[in-house]
Design a protein around this ligand. Structure first.
Ligand SMILES: [Zn+2]
Ligand SMILES: [Zn+2]
Length: 368
């Protein structure tokens, strides 16, 4: 009987290679041969936590080729064997108001925080049949309610591996924060997420994009410039608020996007002050559960809108794939590292800054 090799999280910061039985593929289901599973900051955070339900095959940003597809799957979804696809991590109900809008991220069927039976790639326990619920594996199971996108010709699997941060960039900067023609934007943090926001903002017509980072981010800040950032600021070397005021002639920016990790309350405090006098928008990721001494008075006086970063819609994914296919921006500069399945632990730690040097984006390639 054919076996499927997978890297399984078996405890906090612990991975084991395990084999699973190749599942039967129902007539309305399919099987993905995984080519690339992208690793992001969420993986770094989740990997450190104890198991919630059971062992997990992580990997929620998945690209691959459909190896097997039931006839009903192909008839209903329009995807057939041999198609290269991006699979969203949301596995949906298909019936609710959010699903009808293509906002699968909000569907209760995939909301693991709220619904103990939720299914989400990279999060759901591998004890749940048919077990293959994550991209750190040779194969992944695709039920009828998996959400798929065609990867355009000319986009390599590795480049397609950054579709998730890019879709998030489009969702958060453009749809949520309203960045567009002539906007001025501060992006805090030049990781894969911040750099993707640079591309989304420049494509949308932003006049001014400023990116902040720390001294260890120097190579990433260089990439930010190559992707179109107008100014970069090393917050260890200069006072970021003074620099933003100098660059904007004292006006401040329209939009602030927080893409930092582990920086505490500082980016939000800087963001509130860096926004223009009235009516700016601040996008937050909610890294901290609480915010002591939150400057609510300043937020109110400045008439600030706060938006919450929360994944991506179907449309944002389609636009991100089109962006990758255009090759307008040298996004290959972001796809810096690849690892095989046997180095999954190192791959995750490298994204968290504790492994390989100068990592921006990591592709786990299970067949390497
Ligand atoms: Zn992610
Ligand atoms: Zn739904």
């Amino acid at each position: 009987m054919e076996k499927v090799l997978a890297a399984v999280k078996v405890g906090a910061s612990r991975t084991e290679l395990r084999e699973f039985a190749m599942p039967d593929i129902a007539d309305d289901a399919a099987l993905l041969k995984v080519e690339v599973a992208g690793i992001c900051g969420t993986d770094v955070k989740m990997y450190k936590q104890p198991l919630a339900g059971g062992p997990v095959i992580m990997g929620h940003e998945n690209i691959g080729v459909i190896a097997r597809a039931g006839r009903t799957f192909t008839d209903r979804k329009g995807f057939r064997e041999g198609d290269r696809v991006f699979v969203e991590h949301y596995v949906t109900c298909g019936r609710c108001e959010w699903c009808h809008q293509g906002q699968y991220r909000h569907c209760e069927a995939t909301d693991w925080r709220y619904n103990p039976d939720a299914i989400r790639y990279g999060y759901t326990s591998s004890e749940r049949a048919p077990h293959l619920w994550g991209g750190f594996a040779h194969y992944m199971y695709l039920p009828w309610n998996a959400v798929l996108h065609h990867v355009p010709r000319g986009v390599t699997p590795e480049l397609a591996g950054i579709v998730t941060p890019l879709a998030n960039g489009i969702e958060w900067a453009l749809f949520d924060a309203g960045v567009g023609y002539a906007s001025t934007v501060l992006i805090q943090g030049p990781g894969q997420q911040g750099l993707s926001q640079v591309v989304a903002c420049k494509q949308a017509g932003a006049d001014l994009v400023i990116v902040t980072g720390t001294s260890k981010d120097a190579p990433r800040l260089e990439v930010a410039k190559r992707l179109g950032a107008d100014h970069v600021i090393d917050v260890h070397k200069e006072d970021p608020l003074a620099s933003i005021h100098r660059i904007t002639a004292g006006k401040g920016v329209d939009v602030v996007l927080d893409c930092t990790a582990g920086a505490g309350t500082q980016p939000i405090l800087l963001g509130v002050e860096a926004l223009k006098r009235r009516g700016g928008t601040l996008l937050v990721q909610g890294e901290m559960a609480e915010f002591p001494n939150f400057p609510l008075g300043r937020v109110t006086v400045k008439y600030v809108t706060i938006k919450s970063a929360r994944g991506h819609s179907f449309k944002a994914c389609e636009l991100a794939l089109a962006q990758l296919a255009s090759h307008r921006f040298p996004l290959e500069l972001v796809t810096t590292h690849t690892f095989g399945l046997d180095r999954t632990d190192l791959a995750i730690k490298s994204v968290g800054g504790e492994g390989a040097a100068d990592v921006i984006h990591v592709s786990l390639m299970p067949w390497n």
